[in-house]
Design a protein around this ligand. Structure first.
Ligand code: ARG
Length: 264
């Protein structure tokens, strides 16, 4: 894959929406063959109760699979700005459901408010959003935000989670996790020089050799380090391809704006 996927996402959705109103792809163009979280293993929401499936009724997925998100307060979830291009009423947040194919289990909530980082789309980075739930997931463990940019250090053992593409490495629409060590800003500045990687606002994580990565449909979901929300799945060129690691919005860079929204 070539091109700047984070912007292509918006384009792909727009094009498909024009072609058939009401039917859109996952948050981004798919790269065949398909896998959910590539090279990961199955996880249960019992272990990660703050994991949220952000479904969308305009999604082309039969189960509405669309993006991920993280519960950071009983009534607030953090996701990616590029995940919130659809009308507010089309979203459903799902907590506690391991298998989206079943259509049951766990708790659901509609969205009463969407805040998208106002700089998203104007400058690179800023791929973060905070959504307010109409029905708070009371009593569910939340993840605190990472507020220190020093956490973005080469070799940090971060883990990402999602229900997205597996490229054949796992079952579709089931929660998966995968360890993606931090590769560091210097590496992504190099390999993504033409893609506008932002050191002060993004995290470069995965494997130089490829094989394990987040993928389409995982966007908006968490990258977790030390029990905190360290990153938000944002973009990459293809998935799990050598030399093209995953890029995650760096939560610490946006922590103050996020906290304002979370407390509001
Ligand atoms: N932008 C994608 C989404 O909308 C996530 C891409 C992550 N890609 C990667 N190679 N880590 O679901």
């Amino acid at each position: 894959m070539t091109g700047k996927l984070k912007f292509r996402a918006v384009l792909a959705v727009a094009v498909v929406a024009l072609a058939s109103a009401g039917a859109i792809g996952t948050a981004e163009a798919r790269t065949p063959p398909v896998t959910n979280i590539v090279g990961g293993s199955t996880e249960t929401t019992a272990n990660v109760p703050w994991m949220i499936a952000l479904n969308n009724s305009n999604s082309s997925s039969p189960v509405g699979q669309y993006c991920g998100a993280t519960l950071v307060k009983a009534n607030k979830i953090v996701t990616a700005a590029h995940c919130v291009t659809q009308p507010r009423s089309t979203y459903t947040a799902i907590q506690g459901r391991d298998n989206l194919n079943t259509g049951t289990g766990g708790r659901t909530s509609k969205i009463s408010k969407i805040w998208k980082d106002p700089q998203y789309g104007q400058v690179n980075g800023h791929d973060v959003a905070v959504l307010t739930l109409t029905t708070p997931f009371t009593g569910v463990a939340t993840l605190p935000l990472e507020t220190s940019r020093a956490a973005d250090a080469v070799g940090a053992q971060s883990v990402t989670y999602g229900y997205g593409e597996t490229e054949g490495t796992g079952p579709a629409n089931r929660l998966q996790k995968v360890l993606v060590p931090v590769l560091g800003d210097a590496y992504c500045n190099d390999v993504y020089a033409g893609e506008g990687y932002v050191s002060n606002g993004e995290i470069c994580a995965g494997y130089k050799a490829g094989g394990k990565d987040s993928c389409q449909g995982d966007s908006g979901g968490p990258l977790v380090l030390n029990g905190r929300l360290f990153g938000v799945v944002s973009w990459g060129l293809g998935c799990a391809d050598a030399g093209n690691p995953g890029v995650y919005a760096e939560v610490a860079s946006y922590a103050s704006a996020l906290t304002t929204q979370i407390n509001n």
